[in-house]
Design a binder for this molecule. Structure first.
Ligand code: MN
Ligand code: MN
Length: 321
């Protein structure tokens, strides 16, 4: 690989962070995925939201806050931009009037990137966006997943038969053979439930559900050791719903649940995924209208950087064969 052709964030020591056109991590905005290893993509869609909306505004605000991201990881000293050619591939053009049309649009956008051998980290958007992403990148090779969330998102239907909401993506992904339930771990599940058996379907499929009570008993290190045991040994997707965090750290989200992990614990957990065969990820449910301080968008941008670091290392490992 010609590393000299790689893109790096424009340094805040060269051009002030408050200036310029905002892109993810101050990278160039490119439209052709050829030769790009990692695409950062916005999916400005909240048509799957069942309660408080606003995640459609997530990508723009995450771009804005991501101007704070520098090039080198503070703990691992990894420079992901040197390991993997990374760029802002723009937003999917969604159709805010039509959910089914939008699912097709998201799938086609990510399928194009996947065909160009370009891994993706998506900024949502609500959590339904992960389903069309899986349809684009997981056909014929069911993925494992490390899923940070207060919610299992494996409900069946809402409102008398609606199969597509941000509470159903992983039920559909398992049914469609895109997500391997036996290589899926959900971390942080909590909150009042619709009924006693809300998480039973997922567990019956073999999903490892780490409820928040168990998480706090294990702590981040042992939780991640368990996640590696479950998801390791195959291609793995990292899906980060910001409502897995305590709402003290990420208030700007549609379905907050008190009693979650901290931002630093989440960072420790993502860092603990280094060495897994990470193939992509997303950060979802940042809702800027509910986020007056902008902190939730900053959290979203920073978690994208954490995922990027483990993804870039995995790409470098695959390149070495
Ligand atoms: Mn979710
Ligand atoms: Mn959630």
């Amino acid at each position: 690989m010609d590393e000299a052709r790689n893109f790096e964030p424009i340094s805040g020591a060269v051009m002030p962070r408050f200036s310029g056109v905002p892109t993810f991590m101050r990278l160039p905005h490119v439209s052709d995925p050829t030769g790009i290893d990692v695409a950062l993509v916005g999916v400005p869609w909240d048509g799957g939201t069942t309660n408080r909306p606003g995640a459609r505004h997530g990508p723009r605000e995450i771009r804005n806050q991501s101007s704070l991201i520098r090039r080198v990881h503070p703990a691992s000293l990894v420079n992901p931009f040197a390991l993997a050619r990374t760029a802002d591939l723009g937003d999917v053009t969604v159709n805010p009037c039509d959910l089914m049309d939008t699912l097709g649009r998201v799938e086609r956008f990510f399928a194009k990137l996947h065909a160009a051998k370009c891994a993706t980290i998506a900024a949502g958007g609500d959590h339904l966006i992960t389903l069309p992403i899986f349809r684009a990148i997981a056909k014929g090779r069911p993925l494992g997943m490390v899923h940070f969330d207060a919610h299992s998102d494996t409900n069946d239907t809402y409102f008398g038969g609606c199969r597509y909401t941000h509470g159903t993506p992983f039920r559909r992904a398992i049914e469609e053979g895109l997500l391997d339930p036996k290589r899926t771990v959900q971390i942080g599940i909590r909150g009042s439930m619709y009924s006693e058996d809300d998480n039973d379907w997922a567990m019956a499929q073999g999903v490892r559900v780490i409820r928040i009570e168990e998480y706090f008993k294990l702590g981040p290190e042992q939780t991640i050791a368990e996640a590696r045991r479950i998801a390791g040994g195959g291609p793995t997707y990292v899906s980060f719903d910001v409502d897995g965090l305590d709402p003290v750290y990420a208030p700007g989200t549609g379905t907050p649940e008190i009693g979650g992990y901290t931002t630093f614990e989440a960072q420790q957990m993502i860092r603990g995924l280094a060495g897994l065969d990470v193939v992509g990820g997303d950060v979802v449910e940042v809702s800027p209208p509910l986020d007056p301080s902008g902190n939730t968008a900053l959290v979203g941008a920073t978690m994208m950087f954490e995922i990027l670091c483990v993804l870039a290392e995995a790409i470098a490992t695959r390149r070495r064969g």
